[in-house]
Design a protein around this ligand. Sequence first.
Ligand SMILES: Nc1ncnc2c1ncn2[C@@H]1O[C@H](COP(=O)(O)OP(=O)(O)OP(=O)(O)O)[C@@H](O)[C@H]1O
Length: 429
Amino acid sequence: MTADVEASLPAGQEAFAIKCRDVCRSYGKLKVLSNLNLTVPQGYIYGLLGPSGCGKTTLLKCIVGTLKISGGHITVLGKPPAFPGHDVPGKKVGYMPQDLALYNEFTISDTLSFFGRIHGLTSKETQARMDFLIDFLDLPQKTSLVRNLSGGQKRRVSLGAALLQNPELLILDEPTVGVDPVLRAKIWQHLVEIVKTGKVSVIITTHYIEEARQANVVGLMRNGHLLAEGPPDEVMKMHSATTLEHAFLQLCENLDQVSSKRDSTSQEALEKSQSFESGRDESRPILAIGPGAAEEVPKYSADWKVRAKHVMPKWRNIAALMIKTLVRMKRMPGSLCFQFLLPVIQVSLICLCVGGDPKGIQVAVVNNETSSSSYSQSLLSFLDNSSVEQVPLSHSEAFDGIYNGEYWGIIGFGKNFTSYLTKRSVYPL
Ligand SMILES: Nc1ncnc2c1ncn2[C@@H]1O[C@H](COP(=O)(O)OP(=O)(O)OP(=O)(O)O)[C@@H](O)[C@H]1O
């Protein structure tokens, strides 16, 4: 595999599937990626290696566009991830996350069909790919429910979903965990095959460091930095190691020794001095790491139509999500009942607590106007008699009734109410 790397890299921006420059990302005060530089040439398998917690998953999430970077810039298949009109994230990328995003109520077939719909595959295309992937990934029957699969089988379904639409870029976060060695070899063989066309690129993380020897390029990461980047054989040679693991250990030890000896020297300089890059022949196709020569950050722009289209949901996604909801409801009748009953219960409880409209409130009415055409009579006729029960009374009866708690209130009109109101509307103050 490393022989391929000896061929010259194609020049120009298009030759790179992924380019990360001075990428920084923090979670609150925790700085996970700091000034990270990484390059994945098109048509290569890039093995991203490093100890647990060094920031590999965070980097992959930034590359796929599900996490925003706090500094630097990333270019994926020619544009920044999540750029309007760019299919990253989207059908150009197959992403297998570390935390599997599968629906337990789905069968394997439902799962792959869902992703097929999201990526705009016809049902015939999805069916053909499904048959291939079930056979290739040694999955159980396609009618098997995801919740009944083992951890390893679930990971393989997730890998199948990433491979489904034959994407230009595969981003695989530990795809071989829990997979038996035979199938692991088969998966690597498949990756090697698909990158041979030169149109597909792969970035893969793995805890089985030695399997990354099949990658064209490996990047060794620690504490959010890339310590070295190059073909596996070259990295091993550079550190006089027979295994990648040994090379990585050697690299870390050298770094620790030098940094303890030369506290005054900056970390960046140390990494540079120890990195694969520092010892390489400039003519060789080893990828640059570290800040390197200042690169001009390309400016990307999209017109308003593309931006508007980007924020609008796609019909096929809406359809896929509706079908997904229907399938889940069908598989979970209990939750279906709950989903429909819950709003009814909530509304009933609110009505019970707040209560309905008050009824039969007895109010004393003292009307000193006698004419049936007076305004006071008209006003009283507008009152809602189901809530307010009007009790016509004299002035003294009304006040006695209020005093004795028989009425909630008094509505009173003077004998000149109509004439005064008319005057007031004719001669406003
Ligand atoms: N959402 C988050 N909020 C806060 N901290 C996080 C979050 N996700 C990751 N981290 C922290 O960021 C650091 C890097 O995590 P990350 O998952 O990128 O590491 P990793 O190299 O992929 O590890 P592993 O190989 O074990 O998967 C860890 O210290 C982790 O605790």
